[in-house]
Design a protein around this ligand. Structure first.
Ligand SMILES: C[S@@+](CC[C@H](N)C(=O)[O-])C[C@H]1O[C@@H](n2cnc3c(N)ncnc32)[C@H](O)[C@@H]1O
Length: 233
């Protein structure tokens, strides 16, 4: 059963794993999360000159990809409510010579006017927010065209599902724990991903907020993750 986490626990957890976040991500996903993020950008329809908001950006990977797409005439604002993890993002942008605006902000209380951005996004963040409905409404409120959400789902195929469950129940928390020194963060990743609503259940939840006229989804890697594409009202 999905239970929203407490914001202060989540902020503290990401603060603790921030220094090892990128390394753990690349090892645990075998780099596949980069491909999923590229798919988010492609499906968003983002084009040169667009204004983008990436929420719960963490170390900024998705924001960097969006900036490469919207180019110099475009603008990317990347936000997170955990300053300690966000602190790793500007260096990555600078290394790639990308001009991105980084700001500390809570996705459930975005400090932006209605319809300020063409596209807004959140990758592997929505599962971690304390108030899911408020976050979904806020994302829609500040967005003109598309809200893009990348989040874990569950693998339903019988054999593959068992293999993936073995990996995520036993191997992932161990390796994540070794790399970060915070095993509980990676047990939480596993348990929260297992119970978080995915596919049609997530779409129903988003539509029920009343903030979206439509939402579709694309299943990635047999359901390990989903990309949701929402049209704000
Ligand atoms: C798993 S990380 C994802 C980071 C990055 N988007 C990625 O795909 O690698 C989840 C992020 O969500 C952020 N987060 C959780 N709740 C938030 C909230 N209410 N507002 C803003 N950021 C939040 C955390 O601080 C953390 O950086």
């Amino acid at each position: 059963m999905y239970k929203e986490p407490e914001a202060h626990t989540i902020r503290q957890m990401f603060s603790e794993i921030a220094p090892s976040y990128d390394k753990a991500n690349s090892i645990l996903s075998l780099g596949i999360h980069h491909l999923w993020k590229q798919t988010v950008v492609r499906l968003s329809g983002a084009k040169r000159g667009d204004h983008i908001l990436d929420c719960a950006t963490g170390t900024g990977d998705l924001a960097l990809l969006f900036k490469k797409t919207v180019g110099t005439p475009g603008h990317v604002t990347a936000t997170d409510f955990c300053a300690d993890i966000l602190a790793f993002a500007p260096k990555k942008a600078k290394q790639e010579n990308l001009d991105i605006q980084f700001e500390t902000a809570d996705v459930t209380q975005l400090p932006y006017a209605d319809k300020s951005f063409d596209i807004s996004s959140i990758s592997f963040g929505i599962r971690n927010v304390e108030n899911l409905d408020k976050a979904l409404s806020e994302l829609a409120r500040v967005t003109r065209k598309k809200v893009m959400i990348l989040e874990f789902g569950q693998v339903e195929a019988p054999v593959l599902g068992s293999v993936y469950n073995f990996y995520s129940n036993t191997i992932l928390p161990k390796i994540g724990g070794w790399i970060s020194g915070q095993p509980s963060a990676y047990s939480y990743l596993n348990s929260s991903a297992k119970s978080f609503p995915s596919g049609q259940k997530f779409i129903d939840r988003a539509i029920n907020t009343g903030a979206y006229s439509n939402m579709t989804c694309k299943r990635l890697s047999f359901g390990i993750a989903y990309i949701y594409s929402g049209t704000p009202k």
